[in-house]
Design a protein around this ligand. Structure first.
Ligand code: RB5
Length: 362
């Protein structure tokens, strides 16, 4: 388990107690402050929350004077459920009912000796799921331009309900849409989705000389990405993403379905050598049975992929279930969640065979 931790000057008094408690229990990523000095709690809270939001840490611990400022700031990050827990019962219920992924404490409200019991209650209590999961999913649904639901394995299903995405999806569903328009729209939707998916990429401050003055500005701070289309329909999504992120590397996975076992069999797989250092997006426009998507994710993981998400245009509930059964931690990003599969394995209402419609083979 990886835990991200951070303190301001108001929470610094708890630092040693938290570190002692976590030693041997978790790998700790420490975002300071390292010495007692005046500091702004949002700077620390946002760094810790981003670690959790982007999956580099499983959970986070924050402390300021009350725990409130840290909590307010951390909850601005996607997927974060931070709560102030200055006693054991709040920590227990915060996990059991709210599945808090960040616990905040107040260095001016509790003594360092109280921190271990609070942390123990939070870490050892399981999330109860069921009605509480349904409630949490209602909160997630309010985030940004997405509808997001979370399973017990941690992987989310994020549906992009942005009006532009929905409008374009309607056009590609139409059987009268031409191959040219279909291809262009698939790229545009993939680009819009990745624009939203990468919202929390880390930035670092740089200096830029404009024709008028030297100024401070922001640059992406070296987070590496890779896209891995599943052949052949996944290819239709690649260019729309590369237009926005030209430095992303591209791998490829080819799978066919064995006519006897009906299981996906690999016929091609080549991914960037440093795949383990990259955030990977497996691309497949249609998530139908989920068999090939799950197999593609497995292949990427076998070759070292650590943080792998799936990006699809249209999904059936059956496919989501299958992928999360095999890869419960995988985030699945989709533009539309359809009703079901028909007896031929096509998504209903869907859009037909995305590969045929992209390449004009039917
Ligand atoms: C800092 O003085 C204090 O405001 C901070 O530690 C925290 O309590 C904010 O919520």
């Amino acid at each position: 388990m990886i835990l991200a931790v951070g303190y301001d000057h108001g929470g610094f008094v708890l630092r040693a107690a938290v570190a002692d408690f976590l030693r041997g229990r978790a790998e700790v990523r420490d975002f300071g402050i390292f010495e007692e000095q005046r500091s702004d709690y949002p700077d620390i809270a946002l760094k810790v929350a981003l670690e959790v939001s982007e999956g580099r840490a499983d959970l986070g611990v924050l402390a300021c004077g009350t725990g409130i400022g840290m909590t307010v700031a951390a909850n601005k990050m996607r997927g974060i459920r931070a709560g102030v827990c200055n006693d054991v019962e709040t920590a227990r219920l915060g996990k059991a009912h709210n599945n808090l992924n960040i616990l905040a404490m107040g260095g001016r409200l509790i003594a360092p000796e109280q921190a271990p019991a609070i942390l123990e209650a939070w870490l050892s209590t399981p999330f109860e799921g069921e009605r509480h999961l349904a409630r949490i999913n209602k909160i997630s649904a309010a985030e940004a331009s997405t509808l997001s639901t979370e399973g017990l394995g941690g992987g989310r299903v994020v549906v992009f309900n942005h009006p532009l995405v929905q409008h374009k999806v309607s056009i590609i569903r139409d059987k009268n849409t031409s191959v040219k328009e279909f291809r262009e729209l698939v790229q545009e939707i993939a680009g819009l989705m990745v624009y939203e998916i990468t919202r929390n990429l880390p930035l670092s401050e740089i200096e830029v000389e404009t024709p008028v003055a030297l100024t401070k500005a922001w640059a992406l701070s070296g987070k590496k990405l890779a896209v891995v289309p599943v052949l052949r329909a996944g290819l239709g999504m690649v260019d729309g993403i590369l237009q926005l992120i030209p430095n992303a590397k591209v791998g490829h996975v080819g799978l066919y379905r064995d006519p006897e076992t009906l299981k996906p069999v690999e016929y091609y797989c080549k991914v960037p050598q440093d795949i383990g250092e990259r955030e990977v997006f497996v691309l497949d426009p249609m998530l139908a049975t989920g068999g090939s998507a799950a197999a593609a994710i497995s292949l990427v993981k076998e070759r070292g992929g650590q943080k792998v998400s799936l990006v699809c245009l249209i999904a059936a509930p059956e496919g989501i279930k299958r992928v999360h059964a095999v890869h419960p931690e995988t985030d699945i990003f989709i533009a539309a969640l359809d009703d079901r599969l028909n007896e031929h394995g096509y998504i209903v209402p869907g859009l037909g065979d995305a590969g045929d419609r992209l390449f004009g083979t039917r």
